[in-house]
Design a protein around this ligand. Structure first.
Ligand SMILES: Nc1ncnc2c1ncn2[C@@H]1O[C@H](COP(=O)(O)OP(=O)(O)OP(=O)(O)O)[C@@H](O)[C@H]1O
Length: 236
């Protein structure tokens, strides 16, 4: 028998005792969470418990008041604003409940946009955008403006846009919150299926247990702390 002496891979993304308040309202209280590469993680918990704030801290949109955020072996929270926005552009993708697409642009423009901002040539950007629209079963809809799409179609455009840069992590905040259950199911199936194909990690904040059921693991945020729902223990 041979013993595999390789060390287990460390977490890709980690919050270590992160605290964050809005004025005098504490939203996170020493919250800790670690996420492995390729994992699909659902963050659940009561309204106002701190889920979105945790997601924003992990994604470098907010900086914590205390604690640390680590990504891919380096500190994320101590990067400059420019460093964090570069990381968000290159390594992260985002899917929110709504309002993330530019309404004046077509679906194809919206998907090509992150590539064009990253200086990919126009021709290649649109070619890749069309490829992603096809993978999201939106072929033929690339020329439509977002107002001409159903809610589910618009969310699939948002997923195409999040994946087009081949990010390491997709952050999704209530991605199905504005959809009926059938459209929501399709959005989650495509998001999870394509993320797995791409080897991307997904962190999804949701109130919906059907969405959480698509994940590999689930954690609960309660009163600004992360708990393991099965052990009922606070994660440290
Ligand atoms: N911009 C803000 N200004 C003041 N307080 C805020 C702000 N955003 C959030 N909070 C407060 O911080 C706490 C955590 O909010 P957060 O949005 O992270 O919770 P959540 O679990 O995502 O809630 P929900 O499920 O309702 O979206 C709540 O008490 C909320 O009222």
């Amino acid at each position: 028998m041979t013993i595999d002496a390789r060390p287990a891979p460390g977490p890709l993304l980690e919050a270590r005792s992160v605290s964050r308040s809005y004025g005098r309202t504490p939203a996170l209280r020493e919250a800790s969470l670690s996420v492995t590469a390729g994992e699909i993680l659902a963050i659940m918990g009561p309204s106002g418990s701190g889920k979105s704030t945790l997601l924003h801290c992990l994604a470098g949109i907010f900086t914590p008041d205390a604690g640390e955020v680590w990504f891919d072996g380096g500190r994320l929270d101590t990067l400059s604003d420019a460093g964090r926005s570069r990381l968000r552009r290159t390594a992260f993708g985002f899917v929110f409940q709504f309002g993330q697409l530019v309404p004046e642009l077509t679906a194809a423009d919206n998907v090509a946009l992150p590539l064009l901002l990253g200086r990919t040539g126009r021709r290649q950007a649109y070619q890749r955008a069309r490829g992603w629209l096809d993978r999201l079963e939106l072929d033929g809809l690339g020329g439509r403006r977002t107002g001409e799409l159903s809610g589910g179609q618009a969310q699939r455009v948002a997923i195409a846009r999040a994946l087009v840069t081949r990010p390491k992590v997709i952050f999704a905040d209530e991605p199905t919150g504005a959809l009926d259950s059938l459209a929501g199911e399709k959005v989650m199936d495509l998001l999870v299926g394509l993320a797995r194909q791409e080897g991307a990690t997904v962190i999804v904040v949701t109130h919906d247990s059907r969405v959480a059921a698509c994940a590999d693991r689930e954690v609960i945020v309660r009163d600004g702390k992360v708990t393991d729902p099965y052990a009922g223990e606070v994660l440290r």
